[in-house]
Design a protein around this ligand. Structure first.
Ligand code: NAG
Ligand code: NAG
Ligand code: NAG
Ligand code: NAG
Ligand code: NAG
Ligand code: CA
Length: 527
């Protein structure tokens, strides 16, 4: 019974009752038919669907077994962490179990025995699915909260990361940021990334255990203190740029940067009381389904939206095949209270059969040709059905025709290529001497200088003569007394007066003599 009450309490703030059905069967003057609405799945405990990774390797305590103690009992270091003993092990999964026995189970790091080297740990949570946060993220630390930590998020399954919130007992010292509180943010700064000192000060490890990322306080800026005015929040989510994305994540990362210090400086003689211990990470949110689904299920290891409105994809992010007569759009919370479904429409519903593969919203009838054609094809497409790529673009063979990335720019090198068109595999047509898919390379025996030019000299067939050196395949640098493209001509053969004063007569002998002279000059210079 107690558990049921807890469950109900847990659900109350989440079950707003809005946008929970995608369609209903209604009777109108024209008979019964479906009516469609914007819809979204219920919020869930997202920790049940997460995969976790803790870095660096070896940061989890117990291998080898080690002793530790607590700030409350700093001289009784008899507690033990031993990865090989289930009763004494503290693996990462204990951050996500349910604790109904009353006894906290927790992941624990090694102790700070390497002080003053920092004790760093990353806890990375991945869903392989975009999630919209609907309530605070709550991280519970047994034995004290870190004095410095950072929360990061990713929106692209961990490819790129962005700071989400900074936490420190002294924000200025730790991050050179002024301390701020989420409660003090305004409507224009609701998605600001800030540093807070509220969750890092020492207050006794039993008293204050949680570190929060305050989603509710940010919602409250729009919806009021008890989140009563959700309509206003939904309106803002639709209209304020970046606000929806701010609450959307695919991954979260806690970067633990300095453990609890017990309210004082680090005591080097007892480093066994410094470590991290996390008993729970609560993440409440809903699957992002672009307002095209009210169910999200766990299938083959990942959450997936059960898409309606003839959309498809993990997030209902595109139109189903044969429903692409206009571009895909997310559903909208507006107009209140039921929103707009922005459903995908079947090809052939307008103007006979004009499919535009989602690259155009409009078709037009051309009278004298008696055809219907797509108008203003987007995404660099062209053609009656936007089925071709514009000149200067080629078809992406791994993308379907309705993909936004279907046409790739040829990107031909302007100097090396004949024009900016390319063939179906992206190869440009090269001018003489140029090569490579984009004509930005030169064939062997050519050099690049605003285009490809045949080599003047090289190390093989076009050797510079008489001790000349080849400069970047462009010209021979000839020794004094020689000229010609390959330094093949002695100046005195051409012009008798060049021979005056030249020591020796023979070409190569002259070079040797010059070399000796140069060495002598250098020797004098050193004296
Ligand atoms: C934690 O992740 C950040 C990137 O988000 C990385 O720069 C850092 O090296 C990681 N730290 C550890 C201890 O793995
Ligand atoms: C992520 O989800 C997609 C779509 O459901 C699935 O195809 C893919 O295998 C998943 N990747 C991992 C690493 O679980
Ligand atoms: C989706 O397509 C089906 C036909 O397969 C149709 O009955 C249904 O009304 C369509 N739904 C929407 C929202 O357009
Ligand atoms: C080709 O399309 C795929 C699938 O949409 C996309 O992931 C990839 O980035 C595209 N390639 C290029 C070069 O744009
Ligand atoms: C495109 O041109 C390259 C280089 O000339 C050639 O190897 C390739 O086969 C061509 N691709 C097609 C589809 O014609
Ligand atoms: Ca636990």
């Amino acid at each position: 019974m107690l558990r049921l009450v807890a469950l109900l309490l847990h659900c109350v703030p989440l079950a707003m009752g809005q946008y929970d059905i995608c369609k209903s069967w209604v009777t109108t003057d024209d008979g019964p038919s479906w009516e469609f609405y914007a819809c979204q799945p219920k919020a869930m405990r997202m920790k049940d669907y997460v995969t976790v990774r803790v870095d660096p390797a070896g940061i989890t305590c117990g291998d080898p077994p080690e002793r530790f103690c607590t700030h409350e009992n700093p001289y009784l270091c008899s507690d033990e962490c031993d990865a090989s003993n289930p009763d004494l092990a503290h693996p990462p999964k204990l951050m996500f179990d349910s604790e109904d026995e009353g006894l906290a189970t927790y992941w624990q790091s090694v102790t700070w025995r390497r002080y003053p080297e920092p004790l760093l740990a990353n806890i990375t949570l991945s869903w392989n699915k975009s999630i919209e946060l609907t309530d605070d993220i709550v991280i519970t630390f047994e034995y004290g909260r870190p004095t410095i930590m950072m929360l990061e998020k990713s929106l692209d399954n961990g490819r790129t990361w962005h700071p989400y919130q900074y936490y420190a007992d002294d924000c200025m010292e730790a991050f050179s940021m002024p301390a701020r509180r989420v409660r003090d943010l305004s409507t224009t700064s609701a998605n600001r990334v800030l540093c807070t000192e509220e969750y890092s000060r020492w207050a006794g490890s039993k008293k204050e255990k949680t570190v929060r990322f305050e989603v509710r306080d940010r919602f409250a800026i729009f919806a009021g203190p008890d989140l009563k005015n959700m309509d206003n929040l939904y309106t803002r989510l639709e209209s304020a740029k970046g606000l929806k994305d701010f609450f959307t994540v695919t991954d979260l990362r806690m970067r633990l940067l300095r453990p609890a210090l017990g309210g004082t400086y680090v005591q080097r003689e007892n480093l066994y009381k410094y470590f991290y211990a996390v008993s729970n990470i609560e993440v409440t949110g809903r699957c992002k389904c672009n307002l095209h689904a009210n169910l999200c299920t766990f299938k083959e290891g990942s959450l997936q939206c059960e898409c309606e409105h003839n959309t498809t994809g993990q997030d209902c992010g595109k139109c189903k095949k044969n429903f692409r007569s206009r571009s895909w759009r997310a559903g909208s919370y507006l107009p209140l209270p039921n929103g707009s479904p922005n459903a995908c429409a079947a090809a052939g519903s307008a103007f006979g059969n004009c499919e535009c593969y989602g690259h155009s919203n409009r078709c037009s009838y051309i009278d004298f040709l008696n055809v219907v054609t797509c108008v203003s094809c987007k995404h660099n497409t062209r053609g009656q059905h936007c089925q071709h790529c514009r000149l200067g673009f080629y078809r992406n063979s791994s993308a379907e025709l309705d993909d936004e990335n279907v046409c790739i720019e040829c990107n031909c090198n302007q100097i090396g290529s004949m024009h900016d068109r390319c063939n179906e595999t992206g190869y440009c047509e090269c001018r003489e001497g140029a090569t490579g898919p984009k004509c930005d390379d030169c064939l062997p025996n050519y050099y690049w200088r605003q285009g490809c030019f045949p080599n003047v000299c090289d190390d093989e067939l076009l050797l510079c003569q008489n001790g000349g050196t080849c400069y970047q395949n462009q010209r021979c640098i000839c020794p004094v007394g020689f000229k010609g493209v390959l330094c093949q001509q002695s100046r005195c053969e051409v012009d008798k007066k060049d021979c005056d004063g030249a020591p020796g007569a023979g070409g190569s002998l002259g070079t040797v003599a010059l070399g000796v002279l140069a060495l002598q000059l250098r020797a004098w210079g050193d004296l």
